[in-house]
Write a protein that binds this ligand. Structure first.
Ligand code: IMP
Ligand code: MG
Length: 178
């Protein structure tokens, strides 16, 4: 199997570009149906979600807006447990149909910190879309309304996800060889 090395670690192919693209199409179709005539505001969480956000957004046929915030809790291949807001929300949320867009939900810590802040600003509705979920490492359970893939508790990279800054440009998702 074609393994790749990123920094000091080996990764093996896990989810193909084709499988990801099909899933993105399915999720977009569901959102197009559910949000017909509603003009939702997507809030994508940087950095990891930028490729998923772009691909999903291009598949939307409804009127929709998108903005970005930057929250981070990861160092290397382990969650640091501390969530830092590096770029905050600059768009009004009150009365809007909000869809949070995440690359991966792991411990749930990031959203556990962010969701109460958002509720406080009184959106009309709030849903979550995530490409990946690791239910095995959940500390704060998060209800995901639109999910791509449920995956085992293994570190992954590619398609926007990084290992210490590298690997985001890889077109498919790889997992750590242990
Ligand atoms: P949580 O707060 O633990 O749910 O982590 C959420 C964030 O950690 C994600 O949005 C990712 O940016 C990052 N993350 C979690 N698991 C992985 C992984 O396997 N590879 C790369 N980044 C990850
Ligand atoms: Mg992220």
């Amino acid at each position: 199997m074609a393994t790749i090395r990123v920094h000091d670690k080996l990764f093996e192919p896990y989810l193909s570009h084709h499988a990801i693209a099909e899933k993105v199409k399915t999720i977009a179709h569901q959102i197009n149906t559910d949000y017909k005539d509603r003009k939702p505001l997507f809030i994508a969480i940087l950095n990891g979600s930028f490729i998923f956000a772009a691909d999903l957004f291009k598949q939307l046929s409804i009127e929709a807006e998108i903005c970005f915030i930057k929250l981070a809790s990861y160092k290397g291949t382990k969650s640091s447990g501390q969530v830092i807001t590096a770029i905050g929300l600059d768009t009004d949320v009150i009365g809007r149909d909000i869809i949070i867009l995440e690359d991966i939900i792991d411990t749930g810590k990031t959203l556990h910190e962010f969701l109460p802040q958002l509720h406080h600003q009184q959106p009309a509705s709030l849903r979550i879309v995530a490409l990946l979920h690791k239910p095995g490492s959940s500390i704060h359970p998060v209800h995901i309304d639109y999910l791509g893939f449920s995956i085992p508790n293994k570190f992954v990279l590619g398609y926007g996800l990084d290992y210490n800054g590298l690997g985001r440009n890889i077109d498919e998702i790889y997992k750590l060889v242990e």
